[in-house]
Design a binder for this molecule. Structure first.
Ligand code: PAF
Length: 291
């Protein structure tokens, strides 16, 4: 596996693959790779002839005061892990190679309707930064398929919409969340948890499951989610949002909507954890109190 920093060199390496008709998969990451990321690489391997992974901590998706500076950067270890997964190429550009002009002055991509809600409401500008860097990476690599984790469910939907709206000929594939045995979703930000916070952290997934059960038993999504938020706050989290939405577009569900997702974001100490659980409400289970 080669590690490339320069976008021009990347293009030169990709050109012969493309002209030989090789199907190229891209796995965009911010590095500090864990088993969740490696599962994305394995899925990419199964879907394409060549796998390109990118490691780039994108300054544009961090608001001032967020963890851009302290975000863990572990490129050498990441490269070893990717090589073990038979990744063909690691693209790890420097910020000035992605944003030749100051990032704040870079042309932006926005995804109205999806970028300002939920995590976008708590992290203004975040999804604009994600949409912009993902579009840039798509243009640099020109993959036929790109693989993202379902843990960042709102991000995944936003990228699907971006690809559809911009007519990008790229299949966007989501991969189920990888969890610790106690249910905590793998995330680079779990490293910010103290030992005692780490013991509490699985309550987030437990609360999502409980809300799912309540909705399946006929509770209204809003009241079920509010109970989930109260439980998290009582466990020591500072709940940012806890909500049940339509899985297709994150709109509030109506009584006839079956394909739902319960999503939550909550701070635990200095870590902001997010998680979600998608589920189907079988016909016959109607929420009495629809919002
Ligand atoms: O999910 C991430 O790691 C990032 O948001 C992404 C998609 C690599 C864009 O920087």
């Amino acid at each position: 596996m080669q590690t490339i920093h320069d976008p021009a060199q990347l293009r030169a390496l990709l050109a012969p693959w493309r002209s030989a008709g090789r199907r190229i998969a891209l796995v965009p990451t911010m590095g500090n790779l864990h088993d969740g990321h490696l599962k994305l690489v394995r899925r990419a391997r199964a879907l394409a002839d060549r796998v390109v992974a990118s490691v780039f901590v994108n300054p544009l998706q961090f608001a001032p005061g967020e963890d851009y500076e302290r975000y863990p950067r572990t490129l050498e270890v990441d490269a070893l892990k990717l090589a073990e997964e038979q990744t063909d190429l690691l693209f790890a550009p420097a910020p000035e190679q992605v944003y030749p002009r100051p990032p704040q002055l870079t042309t932006r991509v926005s995804v109205p309707g999806l970028e300002d809600i939920l995590c976008g409401a708590s992290r203004p500008g975040h999804f604009g930064g994600v949409a912009t860097v993902v579009t840039i990476l798509f243009h640099m690599v020109e993959p036929q398929v790109a693989v993202f984790g379902e843990k960042d469910y709102q991000q995944l939907l936003l990228i699907c919409r971006l690809a559809a709206d911009l007519h990008l000929p790229i299949d966007i594939v989501g991969v189920p969340t990888v969890r610790e045995p106690d249910g905590l979703a793998l995330s680079s930000r779990n490293a910010y948890l103290s030992d005692s916070q780490r013991r509490v952290a699985p309550r987030l997934y437990a609360a999502l499951k409980q809300v799912r059960e309540r909705v399946l038993a006929g509770a209204g999504p809003v009241e079920a989610a509010a109970a989930g938020a109260r439980e998290l706050d009582a466990a020591g989290f500072d709940c940012d949002y806890f909500t049940v939405r339509r899985a297709a577009d994150l709109e509030a569900p109506g009584p006839a909507d079956r394909d739902l997702v319960v999503l939550a974001a909550a701070r635990l100490g200095s870590a902001r954890l997010i998680d979600n659980l998608r589920f189907s409400r079988p016909i016959g289970v109607d929420a009495e109190a629809q919002e």
